[in-house]
Design a protein. Sequence first.
Length: 633
Amino acid sequence: MYRSGDLVRYLPDGNLEYLGRSDDQIKIRGFRIEPGEIAARLNEHAWVRDAVVVAREDRAGEPRLVAYVVGVPGEAASEPGELAATLRAHLSARLPEYMVPSAFVCLEVLPLTPNGKLDRKALPVPEDDAYARRTYEAPRGEIETVLAGLWAELLGLERVGRRDHFFELGGHSLLAVQLMERLRRLSLGIEVRAVFATPVLADLAACLGNHQDVRVPANLITQQSQAITPQMLPLIALTQPEIDRIVATVPGGVGNIQDIYALSPLQDGILFHHLLASQGDPYLLLSQMVFADRGVLERYLAALQHVVDRHDMLRTAFVWAGLSSPAQVVWRRAPLDVTEVALEDGDDPGHEQLKRRFDPRRHRIDLSQAPLIRLVTAREPGSERWLLLSLQHHLIRDQTTSEVMHAEVRAVLGGRAHELGTPQPFRNLIAQVRLGAGPQAHEPFFRAMLADIDEPTTPFGLSEVRGDGSLAQEAQRVLPQALHDRLRSHARRLGVSVASLCHLAWGQVVARSSGREQVVFGTVLFGRMHGGAGADRAMGLFMNTLPVRLDLDGTGVEDSVRATHARLAELLAHEHASLALAQRCSGVVAPAPLFSALLNYRHNTSMAASEAGGRMRCLACSGWRGRGAPTIR
């Protein structure tokens, strides 16, 4: 029989009343701990003659482990801070993190009661110097020095030490992508999970140079090519008749084809939903602008064409009819499709007339004709101003793409086109997806995470995921600045990203609204961790949507946050896996969805951040309507 160690008594009504423990076992943050085991490990250290470990509440009322040690004369550290750091390191190498005390108090003798037992009430409250704190330690060697310089530059710090922690200093996933790109330029490749699993500078430096990106095969189609054969397409398997069908869809034929390659997993999902929709397109994104006069509008259109000419993703079309698998085709020349329409005079505003006429719920564009940008212009009734409506398809863009595009248009308009860097091809990502880790690498991870999940997680019973969005309602809230600051502060203290906090919070919402402790919901991944060279500024749809599972039992909040952070770090190594593969690894039987709620955490920068007053946003969607990615307008 298992004995829990809890001391209880029966009440007359049959219930049990908890009286305490029959041993010294304690429970902190959901973990059962034997203080005697920790004390025994402390006694193994040469500085320690005797030790005892107790749980006591800190100033916030939270229970914390405190170690009281009696040092060996002439051996113990002279400074309390040094003692705390040394003993913490000693225990961290031998015990799990939750069993390592927060504070270490050095005593001449342990206080005893008259009968010779430990007098717990006489144990002093730990002073500040009893807590192990990070002190500055200069980087060692060339690699640590280089890495410290990159951290300081990205994080806006004067100096970074070898024992500093990336997330405690304010790091996040967007900065991690930029860090990986700069390390790649220095031939110091690293796996994405290492940034999250070993966030201490000295530990991360030891991992550098052990990872090589997938070698991207050369594009064998040149401007002199008279024909395209299967051997010239290393990133897609097509027969010659299939290639000929593709060529027939491109104005100018072979001479106007720059490249042909396969779709990414998310592009596959979005194309599926485009074909599934009988009316409109759930992934057609609409935006509008207004210009002071026709001249300003024309200059903007010319600048936008300049940016389209630079980037292959903006000159890409999609072909699937008659093919064994869909292909994306990069055109060499893709002039913008601009249509001018007339608006009616009256009380109905011009921008509302345009929005109704080209509503994505009823309007579609031809995906086989590049660019997947359709522009509509109209003079505003009773005014000299001009309106511009833009329809762009999600197949060719994500949030970073939108930000890069707007930045480049502004640079061209400002006469700074010569300052723009060399554009990176989207084929780099396709090479990583097709030639890197395949299903055989992704499947074990998702099976381990999802195999025992046999029912969908459906908040409020919302299981319909195939709607067109016409019944969706939207609410927006900006986090108060005080809450924003507290989240950032707690994330740094715990050594995790704010994204981890938000995922755990959203997991709690999903758990309470679905009545489950083991919850699965979708998370939108940045997609640029494994995007290849230049991924931090490349245009295209890099993001992906994958399931994340959280077990929300009685574990304490801090340990749950760290567990969430670890799970997201693991998921990043599979950021370009197929969502269909992940669902097959679960026990949920199709066509039931694995989840119907999704969190899109995005660290806003530039224009998006300024519009939000510099505050971050968490965009959460329930009753998700597609299996690709959320459409956010």
